[in-house]
Design a protein around this ligand. Sequence first.
Ligand code: PQ2
Ligand code: NAD
Length: 209
Amino acid sequence: MLYPLMLRLEGQPCLVVGGGQVAERKIESLLEVGARVTVISPEVTPAIQEWVQEGKLRSYLRGYQEGDAAGHFVVIAATDVSEVNEMVARDCFQRNILINTVDIPPLCNFYVPAVVRRGDLTIAISTNGASPAVAKRIRKKMEREFGEEYGEYLQVMKSLREQVLREVSDPEMRKDIFERLADVGLLDCIKAGDEQGLKERIAQCLSSS
Ligand SMILES: C[C@@]1(CC(=O)O)C2=NC(=C\c3[nH]c(c(CCC(=O)O)c3CC(=O)O)Cc3[nH]c(c(CC(=O)O)c3CCC(=O)O)/C=C3\N/C(=C\2)[C@@H](CCC(=O)O)[C@]3(C)CC(=O)O)/[C@H]1CCC(=O)O
Ligand SMILES: NC(=O)c1ccc[n+]([C@@H]2O[C@H](COP(=O)([O-])OP(=O)(O)OC[C@H]3O[C@@H](n4cnc5c(N)ncnc54)[C@H](O)[C@@H]3O)[C@@H](O)[C@H]2O)c1
């Protein structure tokens, strides 16, 4: 069984070995969260090439050499040569580096899940490696169920939470208010664009404290 984590990768040195389709997908998701990405690969896709030209990542256009993984926080081995992926994984296991070896699950100490993002909401889906295609299918289902309104909803909830943490000192009372706020249908108001209803419901929750 896997232990789910949410990693803060902003500014962290991450290495992707390989520059094909799979590497491209993983680089994109690392750049999205502000990681400092280096790619090592004799050849890269046009999209990766473009990111390099835009200064979004560093590239070494050569094969992986033993020890290249050292000094990185997260490494992704995404070449199409198993022996190379195995060498990268070995380097990482020796150094306690987080390693994802795309074609060899036993040589991963983490898997990349399928992800739905709506502002502060992140839904990560893993099948424990049983079926990435099923993870993708569930992601698409979740994308339909959790619409863009969740981004605004969580902004509202976040600022209300900050307000309550500032203004209400009793932890029990705060907990009650947070539960009421989560229960009172604010999401429906946001979805319907009903500003008045939103204000009324919030006021109701805050005043009955
Ligand atoms: C979620 C996602 C994230 C991402 O990679 O970004 C992801 N794979 C995705 C897509 C996908 N991958 C593959 C297919 C073809 C259909 C199929 O095989 O099912 C499709 C579907 C497609 O491309 O349409 C092929 C494949 N994948 C792995 C192997 C090796 C093996 O199983 O032995 C092979 C066989 C290669 C071969 O044929 O030789 C292994 C892994 N893939 C994982 C993640 C990890 C487990 C996640 C989990 O716990 O479920 C794990 C273990 C390691 C890892 O990579 O982290 C992303 C969906 C993103 C999205 O769309 O939302
Ligand atoms: N985990 C997943 O989600 C998933 C999905 C599909 C495929 N795969 C597997 O992932 C692997 C990569 O798939 P792809 O479609 O990106 O392949 P690809 O052929 O598009 O890319 C392979 C890349 O590896 C690079 N490479 C080759 N030798 C290298 C070396 N010595 N050092 C550094 N880079 C080197 C190549 O230049 C190329 O850029 C395949 O083995 C495939 O079976 C995994």
